[in-house]
Every structure is written in C-alpha cells, then in structure tokens.
Design a protein around this ligand. Structure first.
Ligand SMILES: *[C@@H]1O[C@H](CO)[C@@H](O)[C@H](O)[C@H]1NC(C)=O
Ligand SMILES: *[C@@H]1O[C@H](CO)[C@@H](O)[C@H](O)[C@H]1NC(C)=O
Ligand SMILES: *[C@@H]1O[C@H](CO)[C@@H](O)[C@H](O)[C@H]1NC(C)=O
Ligand SMILES: *[C@@H]1O[C@H](CO)[C@@H](O)[C@H](O)[C@H]1NC(C)=O
Ligand SMILES: *[C@@H]1O[C@H](CO)[C@@H](O)[C@H](O)[C@H]1NC(C)=O
Ligand SMILES: *[C@@H]1O[C@H](CO)[C@@H](O)[C@H](O)[C@H]1NC(C)=O
Ligand SMILES: *[C@@H]1O[C@H](CO)[C@@H](O)[C@H](O)[C@H]1NC(C)=O
Ligand SMILES: *[C@@H]1O[C@H](CO)[C@@H](O)[C@H](O)[C@H]1NC(C)=O
Ligand SMILES: *[C@@H]1O[C@H](CO)[C@@H](O)[C@H](O)[C@H]1NC(C)=O
Ligand SMILES: *[C@@H]1O[C@H](CO)[C@@H](O)[C@H](O)[C@H]1NC(C)=O
Ligand SMILES: *[C@@H]1O[C@H](CO)[C@@H](O)[C@H](O)[C@H]1NC(C)=O
Ligand SMILES: [Cu+2]
Length: 596
C-alpha cells in the first residue's frame, strides 16, 4: 500500500517537500516500523528513527539501580546517518522526568526548534508525551552525539550520532572498522537527586561520581565489575577508526591504549591535519576521531580513561577512578591474565592537556570554509564561578557565604520558566518579560581575571558577586562574531569546556594569563588552518579566541559542558535575527512543538 502511495506521489513531483515529509512519517507510523526505516523519495533520503526514553533497571558496582535510558540500553543506540540526509526522530518520553534531547554539534540550519536545550529552544517533553525532532544534516560529517538537555539526565540518556560522508570517502585511508567509544560517568545515586542536593546546598554539597565508563561499562578496576568491561577485538595489522566521545558529566578525560598510539583525524566532526599522539585529551561535549593500528605484539591491552582535573589536587573533589576496556587481538594465543595497562598522565597534567588541545589544526579541503577576516561583532567575555545571595528555597545554603553561582560577563544565566527563549524570540517578546537583548559585549569592569587573590583579598572579593539575568546577545543574520573567552580564577580556577549550539567556530588562539588585545595575542591568531570545533576547553587561568559566522536564525545557547556549572548560570545565548532571503528566515514551530 505504501509502495502505491509513494509511486503516486512521484507523478506530482512539484509537491512541497514539507508535505512529503509529513506523509512519509505518517506512513511509517502507520506501519509501526520497529527499526530504522530509510525511505528514498525524490532521491532525498529520509531517516526515520524512534527513541523511547524509559526506566531501565541495571546492575553496576554491586548495586541494582533504576536509571532513565533510551531503548533499554546504556549508552543508547548509535544513530548512523549520511551527510545530506533529512532526519526525523520520534522521541517518546515514557520516563518519570521531563526530558529534551539535544543533537550535539548538528547545525540545525533553519530548524532551531529541533535543537533541544530545555527552555532555550523548547519546553520539555513531559512524561507520557512525544516530540518529533526533524532536521537536515548538511555540510557536516564525522562523530557527534545526542544527549538529554534537561536536568542531569544526560548522565544516562546519551548515544553516538555518526554522520558518514555522502559518497563514503574519507580524507584518510579507509579504516578496517569504525568503533564508537563513549566515555561516560556513573553515579550509584539518582543523578537528579544529586543535582537537587547541590542546588539546595548552594553548591557546597556536590557529590562526585562513582565510576567512569567505556561504552557504558566501568571495567575491571571497580568492584563487581570483573566481567564488566567493553571488549574490542582487533585483527593484527588492521586500522580502526575510534570515534571517541566524552559523554561524561563533569570531567575532562585522558584516554590511552597500552602499547598503541593514535592519529587524530577529526575533532567535533571537523577534519584535522593528521596528528600523532599516544594520549587523547577530551572535554565533555567534545569528540575525537582517532585512527589506531593494531600493530603491537598480538595479546590483550587495556584502554583506559581517567580525569584531567584541571583545578588540581587541592581543588574541589573529583572522581579519581579509572575506567578500562580491553583491546584483544583475534586468535592470539597470548591471553594474559591481566592485560597491560597504559601509564596515565597525572590528574593535574595541564601541560599534556594543553599540548593536545592547542596542537590540532584544521584540514584544508576545497569545501572547507575559510576563516572570515572581517569581523562584525567583537566580544570579550570573562566567565567563571562566583557567588550570589542564597535563594529562600536553597534551604541548606550557607547564608553568610552565599550560594556558588557562575556567570559570563557577570551575568548569571537564568533559564526562563514558562516559555522557551526561541518561542519568545519568534513571538517578538524581547521586551524584558522573558529576556532582554542586552548581553554585555564586555565585562562591567576590567580587573586581573586570573589573580588568585580574588578569593582572599577583602578589597577584591566584592568582584565575586554576580548578577542574575536572562540576557542574550542579538546579532544580525550573517554577521561574523569574534569572542575572546577569558577564564577567571574566581572561587577556583579550572578549565571550562564551552559549547556553542548551532555553529562550529574557528579556534584562532589560546593561551594562559589575561588576554591582552594589544600585544602578542592577536599576532598569534591562526587565520589559515585553525581547528574547528563546537566545544572549546578554555585553559584554566587562560583564554581562547573563537570566531564564527552567525548564518543560522534562532536562539543558540553557549554554555559550560561541565553539567554542574549549567544550573549555576555558566551560559549565555546568541539571538540571531532573520535575514532577508527565504533561506535565512526561521520557519514557524512544528505543529507538535511542546509548550509549557
Ligand atoms: C528504539 O526502540 C524502538 C522500540 O523497540 C524501536 O522501534 C526503534 O527502532 C529503536 N530505535 C533505534 C534507533 O534503535
Ligand atoms: C520508574 O522509576 C521510578 C523511580 O525509580 C518509579 O517511581 C516509577 O514508578 C518507574 N516507572 C515505571 C513506568 O516503571
Ligand atoms: C531539508 O532539506 C529538504 C530537501 O533538500 C528541503 O526541502 C527542506 O527545506 C530542508 N529543511 C530545512 C529546515 O531547511
Ligand atoms: C566525494 O569523493 C571525492 C573523492 O572520491 C572527493 O574528491 C569529493 O570531495 C567528495 N565529495 C563530497 C561532497 O564529499
Ligand atoms: C552525597 O554523599 C553523601 C555522603 O556520602 C550522602 O550522605 C548523600 O546521601 C549523597 N547524596 C545523594 C543525593 O546521593
Ligand atoms: C582466526 O581463526 C579462525 C579459525 O582458525 C579463522 O577462520 C579466522 O580467519 C582467524 N581470524 C584472524 C583475524 O586471523
Ligand atoms: C582517590 O581519592 C581517595 C580519597 O580522596 C584516595 O584515598 C585515593 O588514594 C585516590 N586515588 C588515586 C588513584 O589517586
Ligand atoms: C605541540 O605544542 C607544544 C607546546 O605546547 C610544542 O612544544 C610542540 O612542539 C607542539 N607539536 C607537537 C607535534 O607536539
Ligand atoms: C559558611 O561560610 C562562612 C564564610 O565563608 C564560613 O566561615 C563558614 O565556615 C561556613 N559555614 C559552614 C557550616 O560551612
Ligand atoms: C557584578 O555585579 C555585582 C552586582 O552588581 C557587583 O557587586 C560585582 O562587583 C560585579 N562583578 C564584576 C566582576 O563585575
Ligand atoms: C515539567 O515541565 C512542565 C511543563 O513545562 C512544568 O510545568 C513542570 O514544572 C516541569 N516539572 C519539573 C519537575 O521540572
Ligand atoms: Cu551540548
């Protein structure tokens, strides 16, 4: 029956794509497809997927727990699409929590309604409801991922999103196999309870995780996990493309494989010049595509990940455990009881982290966009932690100290409560009732941002106080925006991974100390082959300069991807106005758009 309908449609090719889309998704719903269905109509591939968010009872570290997960697995299913595809994903919320899903790194060109951050581009999908995320995957390929973007649920609601080149050709030798490596973080406690406790205590009680995981499994170094490690079987001499994703919640990670090295060929779904290294450093939100050749003596080896704790051993507590998985050579008669273990960098090895983060450069290809040289909007954004008076509802908060907050240019971002920013923007509600378009281009005062005395010198501690607000930066469609991201040492200095939704950006320069416009910093900009990312780990007591073209109408949040810093207010948003052509206008919300 569907065959006939599809053939029938072919005779009226003028029919709008929108209608076709609706028709196809209706058809597939009617057919109750139980697997990914690829429909090819008018030569435009449409990928139809169903994701069901629900309770999953699971055993980890000697405990049985009920978690929120997708399709009964941790991590959730890997979504595979090709560049150019139209993707239609039905997210069904059968969990007890409000949920949204973010397709991390997808441009969402003219589909801001499908981006996913809670109260930024949509109200949540309430329990028992569903929402259909529809977007085109255009002009990007590589490794991305999807995750919940409401409360801390992304701890267990996440999976890989792999975009293959449309013509299946990579700018490196074709690997023998491609393997998603999702690095995760596990709490024995309910993650929503942990977040609530952190809020009520004003940030003084923030429990660390109990384990890290590789593809959902903690590995041999944890209790009750002797048989609970991910295993990758390799064929000697073959090359594997590891699609490494840091889906951990609050920690940057070092990743190594004993006796093996990597060639990094992409980060954040942007190709890099091949970069050889024996250690991968990866912040939450980032991805690294690394080629690994099975060229060691056939045996078994551990791959391992543990924290890069940039704040150091004297900083806030962090999960100092190590997750492992096994690389086992096929048919090897050498099966050691204990595979050999890579030697990991020290937790506070900022030198190694910085070397990895700064040495990457973008791969220049004919289709690679060049760095725009003319800048329309220049911003200097100082960001980090701070303090605010405790809210009345923060019943466990230390009222003499105040609550720990976070801010960008001294604005501690407040999520709207009753309408999403995008909907407010679409309806022209920028009069202050929901938000104001006056996010400052500069900090209200300039000071020594990286001075440790900020936290102790009574003449400086007044600077720690932040203002709360929902303020966005309005930019014209097509404007080139340059942002100097200045990390502060307020409360504690640490490397914060900042993630921009809706765009990739060029990373022009990074350094330690205070960014100084007048001197070396600007001369050090890489305007030729900078790395291109969606998440930048800004050095502790340091800075980074990013540049992007605001070629996508909508409201796009930029926030710290250490999950515990988001509710503290380490966020801001860009409001990109409509352009003047039909392709530069934000379409209306879809008919099933969740409202509050
Ligand atoms: C998720 O589970 C549903 C129900 O079992 C199934 O129909 C769907 O194909 C699954 N999705 C993916 C991406 O595997
Ligand atoms: C899911 O788990 C929560 C608590 O863990 C429980 O309250 C709820 O009843 C469960 N829901 C279903 C549908 O099993
Ligand atoms: C997605 O791609 C299709 C086919 O090229 C196009 O008709 C449609 O307008 C695109 N959607 C958006 C939101 O750009
Ligand atoms: C397709 O593959 C060829 C090499 O076979 C490459 O030159 C070309 O850029 C690719 N096209 C796209 C759109 O990636
Ligand atoms: C956090 O840790 C403390 C100390 O171990 C424990 O008492 C508390 O219940 C934990 N909080 C949550 C939400 O699990
Ligand atoms: C492993 O051994 C089996 C049986 O001898 C053989 O069929 C297979 O090809 C071997 N695999 C590799 C990777 O050598
Ligand atoms: C992790 O921290 C605990 C307590 O804070 C300490 O006893 C232990 O030695 C640390 N482990 C490592 C590997 O540093
Ligand atoms: C990487 O960066 C460091 C400085 O952090 C530099 O000394 C080194 O030469 C660079 N190149 C490589 C290949 O590591
Ligand atoms: C509350 O904060 C004050 C000032 O920072 C500090 O002296 C005091 O020890 C804190 N009290 C508790 C119970 O942590
Ligand atoms: C931020 O604003 C607060 C409240 O107006 C003020 O006390 C504080 O000094 C400001 N801090 C900075 C760094 O501008
Ligand atoms: C869930 O979302 C609904 C609709 O926006 C809202 O009214 C409700 O307060 C939310 N619940 C929680 C626990 O956040
Ligand atoms: Cu994100």
């Amino acid at each position: 029956m569907d065959d006939q309908l599809i053939k029938g449609n072919k005779s009226i090719e003028a029919m709008s794509r929108q209608l076709t889309l609706v028709l196809v998704s209706l058809l597939c719903v009617a057919l109750a497809a139980d697997a990914a269905v690829v429909e090819r109509i008018f030569h435009v591939p449409i990928i139809l997927l169903f994701l069901i968010v629900k309770n999953l009872t699971i055993s980890r570290l000697c405990e049985r727990r009920v978690i929120t997960a997708v399709n009964g697995s941790l991590p959730g299913p890997t979504l595979k699409v090709s560049e150019g595809d139209t993707v239609v994903i039905h997210v069904i919320n059968d969990s007890p929590y409000n949920i949204t899903i973010h397709w991390h790194g997808i441009f969402q060109k003219r589909s801001a309604w499908a981006d996913g951050p809670n109260m930024i581009t949509q109200c949540p999908i309430v329990p028992g409801n569903k929402y259909v995320y529809k977007f085109n995957v255009t002009e990007q390929e590589g490794t991305l991922w999807w995750h919940a973007h409401a409360s801390s649920l992304r701890a267990t609601v996440y999976g890989a999103l792999v975009i293959r080149p449309r013509n299946a050709s990579y700018p490196f030798p074709k690997p023998y196999r491609e393997v998603p490596i999702l690095l995760g973080e596990w709490w024995n406690a309910n993650v929503v309870d942990v977040e609530t406790q952190a809020f009520l205590s004003g940030g003084s009680l923030s429990n660390v995780s109990d384990a890290f995981t590789i593809n959902g499994r903690p590995g041999h170094l944890y209790k009750c996990s002797k048989n609970h490690a991910y295993e990758l079987e390799v064929v000697a001499g073959e090359t594997y493309l590891l699609r490494i994703i840091n889906s951990a919640v609050n920690n940057q990670l070092f990743f190594k494989i004993a006796s093996h090295s990597f060639t990094v060929v992409a980060v954040d779904a942007s190709y890099t010049k091949p970069y050889d290294t024996d250690v991968v450093v990866i912040a939450p939100g980032q991805t690294v595509d690394a080629l690994m050749t099975a060229d060691a003596p056939p045996s078994s080896y551990y791959m391992a990940a543990r924290a890069y704790a940039s704040a150091g051993l004297d900083g806030p507590p962090f999960d100092n455990t190590t997750t492992t998985a096994i690389v086992r050579y096929a048919n090897s008669s050498n099966r050691p009881l204990r595979p050999s273990m890579p030697s990991m960098p020290a937790f506070d090895d900022t030198r190694t982290a910085h070397r990895f983060y700064t040495n990457l450069t973008g791969l220049l290809r004919p289709e690679t966009p060049a760095v725009p040289l003319h800048v329309d909007e220049r911003m200097f954004v100082a960001f980090g932690l701070g303090v605010s008076p405790c809210e009345p509802s923060q019943v466990m908060c230390n009222r003499s100290r105040g609550a720990i907050t976070a801010s960008m240019n001294n604005v501690s971002f407040q999520f709207p409560a009753s309408i999403s920013l995008l909907e407010a923007h679409y309806n022209g509600l920028d009069d202050g009732a929901v938000y104001t378009s006056d996010f400052p281009d500069n900090p209200p005062v300039m000071f020594d941002f990286t001075d440790a005395k900020l936290n102790t010198d009574p003449t400086l501690t007044a600077l720690l106080y932040t203002e709360k607000g929902t303020r966005v930066k309005k930019v014209k469609y097509g404007a080139t925006v340059e942002v100097v991201l200045q990390n502060t040492a307020m409360i504690g200095a640490e490397n914060h991974p900042l993630h921009l939704h809706g765009f990739n950006f060029f990373v022009l320069a990074q350094g330690f100390g205070n960014y100084n416009n007048a001197t070396a910093a600007r001369d050090s900009y890489n305007l030729v082959d900078p790395q291109v990312r969606n998440t930048i780990a800004v050095p502790l007591r340091g800075w980074a300069v990013i540049r992007f073209v605001a070629n996508n109408p909508g409201v796009w949040i930029m926030h710290c991807h250490l999950e515990q810093h988001l509710p503290l207010g380490l966020a801001m948003a860009f409001e990109v106005e409509d352009g003047t052509t039909p392709e530069s206008v934000l379409p209306p919300p879809p008919s099933d758009f969740p409202t509050c």
